[in-house]
Design a protein around this ligand. Structure first.
Ligand code: TYD
Length: 132
């Protein structure tokens, strides 16, 4: 089974342009408790490099593009997120990294819980021990 789980967001656009609306428990499979976004990522910088014990997230590149590497401890898969109508589901216990941010990349993330540093697994060898 692929680690790349995409959610399609329908555009309510018309001749004026596009519009995507996202609602709790409807367009996405959880209640949103937090929204954050990453932008102006400097050249050559990669982010992420962690997994979450419980947190579920959906990442949307609302502008530009970046490459995700998803890793469940057994398989690694990469995917270029470059479409504001596609959300990448980041399940709990999925190591994820973001690379190759375009200059105009704005990465919006919807999360099902508030920020909690104790939910992070930031050490890859700890992650591998926990998944096995
Ligand atoms: P971090 O999760 O390390 O970013 P990334 O995984 O994208 O590289 O977060 C960077 C800093 O911001 C870190 O000090 C934690 C803080 N932070 C919050 O305070 N709230 C949040 O919702 C997030 C995502 C990060």
């Amino acid at each position: 089974m692929s680690l790349i789980k995409l959610i399609d967001f329908k555009s309510l656009g018309d001749e004026r342009g596009d519009l995507v609306a996202i609602e709790n428990n409807k367009s996405i499979p959880f209640e949103i408790k937090r929204v954050y976004y990453v932008f102006k990522t400097q050249k050559g910088v990669a982010r992420g490099f962690h997994a979450h014990k419980e947190l579920k997230q959906i990442a949307i590149c609302v502008s530009g593009n970046c490459k995700f590497i998803m890793d469940d401890g057994k398989v690694k898969e990469s995917f270029v997120l470059d479409n504001p109508q596609k959300g990448l589901y980041i399940d709990k216990m999925q190591w994820h990294e973001m690379h190759d941010f375009s200059d105009d990349c704005v990465l919006l993330v919807l999360a099902n819980d508030i920020y909690d540093e104790t939910d992070y697994i930031r050490d890859y060898s700890d992650f591998i021990k926990m998944v096995n």
